[in-house]
Design a protein around this ligand. Structure first.
Ligand code: NAD
Length: 502
């Protein structure tokens, strides 16, 4: 099939958005490379702490007026932003494919999910309401109001360059706060495009700022006295060792979402055809670079004899491998492609190292993603094909660590309890799935499993915008989550008023 037209023809020179103006940074620049074609598509600045401070000062100055803007008027800005996103839907999606590598269908899905965050935040007049009770004592009434706090910092990861910062931005703005967004410098273009549309939608100068960069900007954000809270999504080492402790020291609210290693249980009574089909998008969608991707598939032998269990394991693995073999790999702007490249060469090297590690640990490489064919004439630097290991045991590194690539581990558990123990022995707790036709096992799983997002016959347990994006253990650091009512509470202070009239 023909490759869709690329919306970026010449490399873009990205700038920071400070106080409604696009300004050039004095910092050095990095090249943003399309991982499928290896062509340069943008230059992104690594901004300085001073530039970050300018953005915070602009946001701080804009806060009093924005806070006083009635929630309905703030919602109207978001309605306009949503409309502009709809009008630019295809262009926004193609940009994600160009800067990240994911397929155009995955990008369209990401755009849709991002827009949904804006849609839900437009309900702010209802969402932000407090509550009250008359006569808490004779003639005394008490009520709770929600008030915005000021300026929030938002730090995005590379794997969902469009959607993830939108888990926070619309809710922060709708509640009357101002934001400074630091996109991933690996694929920062989507966030520039959203901010351009936000300005066009009439969000006032200074309310919405974007500062590109790396650790310097993040450190400045964590230490800045005028930043009230931080929303971070990225790897566990950064969430756990940098963001969360520093926010504790500086007294900031924090949502810190980290990495994952998700398990999918396949029970003996599962609908195998549909379960494996769901697994394909879960294990290989976004080339495995998804915090909700399943990575470890556990075939559960509950109630089966040893012989039946062995036969069932074989059937599941063979069905999985058969489906994985047919996943097509290529440039995501080719609509026939089912899996794009990894974001860059270093990420591919990391995945290749894990494949070596799996072999050294004694797992069987059933499908070798190092031998694959890219559709079309593209350099193979960032591509890798679907990979399947079998005979994987829970003690192996490949079963324990986040690989963040298209590598599936086939595992066995004699019983449901043993499978659950495997999940609980893993430090992460982002998501887990069960495939079964039994209400009993589904209910036990939802009840007992210590993971924040549970899929029952669902491969990617992604919460909609009106539910919190949960996560437990080493996948989440904080109390309130992003999205839904949690995020309204995160972005507001609950003030209680007690009144009596003489
Ligand atoms: P990352 O931790 O490398 O980077 C995330 C952000 O932090 C980037 O903006 C980066 O510039 C900044 N950063 C990186 N190292 C830093 C440091 N030492 N100090 C300060 N700032 C630093 O993560 P990534 O590679 O961009 O994203 C992939 C990771 O994100 C995976 O682990 C994935 O599971 C996770 N993720 C989690 C969720 C979730 O909801 N839990 C969602 C998406 C991605």
């Amino acid at each position: 099939m023909a490759v869709l037209e690329e919306p970026i023809r010449e490399p873009l020179k990205l700038r920071n958005l400070i106080d409604g103006m696009w300004v050039e940074s004095e910092g050095e620049t990095l090249d943003v490379i399309n991982p499928a074609t290896l062509k340069k598509i943008a230059e992104v600045p690594i901004s300085t702490a001073e530039e970050f401070d300018e953005a915070v000062q602009a946001a701080k100055a804009a806060f009093p007026d924005w806070r006083r803007t009635p929630p309905l008027a703030r919602a109207r800005c978001l309605f306009r932003l949503k409309e502009l996103m709809e009008q630019n839907f295809e262009q926004l999606s193609r940009i994600q494919t160009m800067e990240h590598g994911k397929t155009i269908d995955e990008s369209r899905g990401e755009t849709r999910r991002g827009i949904e965050m804006v849609e839900v935040a437009t309900g702010i007049p209802s969402l932000m309401m407090g509550n009250n009770l008359e006569d808490v004592a004779s003639g005394i009434d008490e009520y709770l109001i929600r008030q915005p706090l000021g300026v929030f910092g938002i730090i995005g990861p590379f794997n969902f360059p469009f959607m993830v910062p939108l888990w926070f931005i619309p809710f922060a703005l709708a509640t009357g706060n101002c934001v400074v967004v630091k996109p991933s410098s690996e694929d920062p273009i989507s966030q520039v495009k959203i901010a351009e549309l936000a300005i066009e939608a009439g969000i006032p100068d200074g309310v919405y700022n974007v500062v590109h960069g790396g650790r310097t900007v993040v450190s400045a954000m964590l230490d800045h006295p005028d930043i009230e809270g931080i929303c971070f999504v990225g790897s566990t080492p950064v969430a756990k060792n940098v963001i969360y402790p520093r926010c504790g020291q500086t007294g900031k609210r924090v949502i810190a979402q980290g990495g994952a290693k998700n398990f999918a249980l396949v029970m003996p009574d599962a609908d195998l055809g549909r379960s494996i089909a769901a697994c394909m998008t879960s294990f290989y969608g976004n080339a495995g670079q998804r915090c909700l991707a399943n990575a470890n598939l556990v075939v559960v032998g509950e109630g089966l004899s040893d012989r039946e269990f062995e036969a069932y394991y074989r059937e599941v693995v063979d069905t999985f491998v058969g489906a994985a073999q047919s996943v097509t790999v290529g440039y995501g702007l080719d609509e026939s492609v089912q899996m794009g490249p990894l974001r860059d060469q270093a990420k591919k090297r990391n995945v290749l190292n894990y494949i070596e590690k799996g072999l050294a640990e004694g797992a069987t490489l059933r499908l070798d993603g190092r031998k694959f064919k890219v559709i079309g004439d593209y350099p193979e630097d960032c591509f890798i094909g679907p990979t399947v290991f079998e005979d994987v045991t829970p003690d192996m590194t490949i079963a324990q660590e986040e690989i963040f690539g298209p590598v599936a581990m086939m595992m066995k558990a004699r019983s449901f309890d043993e499978a659950l123990e495997m999940i609980h022995a893993n430090p992460y707790g982002n998501a887990a799935s069960i495939f079964t036709n039994s209400g009993k096992w589904a209910r036990e799983f939802q009840y007992q499993c210590q993971c924040g997002n549970i899929g029952i016959n669902i491969g990617i347990a992604a919460p909609m915008a009106f539910f919190p994006f949960s996560g437990m253990k080493d996948s989440f650091f904080g109390v309130l989550h992003g999205q839904g009512q949690d995020s309204i509470r995160f972005f507001t202070e609950s003030k209680v008023v007690i009144q009596r009239w003489f």
